[in-house]
Ligand binder design. Structure first.
Ligand code: SF4
Length: 374
């Protein structure tokens, strides 16, 4: 089983914190959609066997016109075996949840929306330059349910500068009341070359302290677990049976095909490839029949380190039996010698190494200590 990811690199406006690949200039959109169709056709042989999940990410896939989106679906159906697909996700922004769009998305077979709410508060949405307002943030879930979507996930952001603990708590409570099937919550990070980074370096915005972020994370973790969402990955909470299939496939090392500029692919064994992160260059290369990607062959060590990185952020942990013997032993040896809070965060049970969810904010530091160097 494998997965398909389609990257739609266009947005209405640039969010201040975002360093994904996107453009707010829509002039190349129809050309780029044609290039996506071409790439799908060119790569028809790359996936062996049936596809299990399809994911439209970006950028903002919900910005596409009905015709554009329909043409991509048509091409995917004509090219791959989608008869056994269990999950088709579209990332959507609340301001695109019109009745007509929702109906159209359902008619294409999209059964899961990943809604970029981020916050229910007007001040946060303005500060982050989101394209939707607070009323749309609440209304979009009701509208999606009414249109027949049975699986909804929303994105929230914590660690937002200037947001008080009370405001964060009210955001979480609002999400709980709206009762989505799944919630992804990310800590705001200040990435270089973003507007937010500029504001921070000019001293106009102050980043939150680590202990404030930790209190926000622990509040979220506690409230959502009490509310019936399982905290199964550092940023992901799902009701039973509603964990994200597509992302879970990534984390467990299954093959996926990434279509579109900046999209990554993995053959499920050791080959990774990534497309150029530039819309005109991507279009031009496809027009001229030239290469538009780079690739690398991962060593056993790279694979072990990847499994370590994804595993220690999940409740399942790392299955050490999937690693070469020597790597499993080296990791366990490093784990045994870890002292203090990092060592205390680790658990080793039945061949799996894991970190308990309330300590996942330490995961990066633990992973750095356990990575196999050679
Ligand atoms: S909508 Fe998403 S991809 Fe687009 S700028 Fe905002 S965060 Fe980035």
């Amino acid at each position: 089983m494998s997965s398909i990811y389609v990257h739609i690199p266009f947005c209405k406006q640039a969010c201040t914190y975002c360093d994904f690949h996107f453009s707010t200039n829509q002039a190349l959109r129809s050309k780029l959609v044609r290039s996506l169709l071409q790439e799908i056709e060119q790569r028809s042989e790359e996936l062996s066997g049936p596809v299990e999940s399809v994911y439209f990410g970006g950028g903002s896939p919900s910005i596409l016109s009905q015709e554009e989106l329909a043409s991509i679906f048509e091409k995917l159906h004509a090219t791959f075996d989608l008869a056994q697909v269990k999950e088709v996700t579209l990332e959507s922004n609340p301001d695109d949840h019109t009745e007509a769009n929702l109906k159209h998305w359902r008619s294409l077979g999209i059964d899961r929306l990943s809604i970029g709410i981020q916050s229910f508060l007007a001040r946060d949405l303005q500060m982050m330059n989101r394209a939707h307002n607070a009323a749309e943030a609440e209304e979009c879930i009701r509208a999606a349910r009414e249109a027949g979507f049975k699986s909804l996930t929303i994105d929230l952001i914590y660690g937002i500068p200037g947001q008080t603990m009370e405001q964060w708590q009210s955001n979480v409570q609002k999400a709980i009341l709206l009762n989505p099937d799944h919630i992804s919550a990310y800590c705001l990070t200040v990435e270089e070359r973003t507007a937010l980074h500029h504001l921070v370096t000019k001293g106009k915005i102050t980043e939150k302290e680590d202990d404030t972020i930790e209190r926000e994370y622990l509040f979220l973790h506690g409230k959502l677990e009490d509310g019936g969402w399982e905290h199964y990955e550092i940023s992901n909470f799902g009701k039973s049976g509603k964990h994200a299939l597509h992302n879970s496939n990534y984390w467990s090392g299954k093959a996926y095909l990434g279509i579109g500029p900046a999209a990554h692919s993995f053959d499920g064994v050791n080959k990774r490839r990534w497309n150029v992160s530039n819309n005109p260059a991507y279009i031009r290369a496809l027009e001229k029949g030239e290469g538009y990607w780079e690739e690398e062959v991962l060593t056993d060590r790279d694979r072990s380190n990847e499994l370590l990185m994804t595993g220690l952020r999940r409740s399942d942990g790392v299955d050490l039996s999937l690693l070469p013997d020597a790597h499993g032993k080296a990791i366990l040896q490093s784990a045994d010698s870890l002292q203090g809070p990092l060592g205390d965060a680790l658990q080793h049970q039945r061949g799996r190494l894991s970190i308990e969810p309330s300590k996942w904010l330490l995961a990066d530091a633990v992973i750095r200590e356990l990575m196999i160097e050679q």
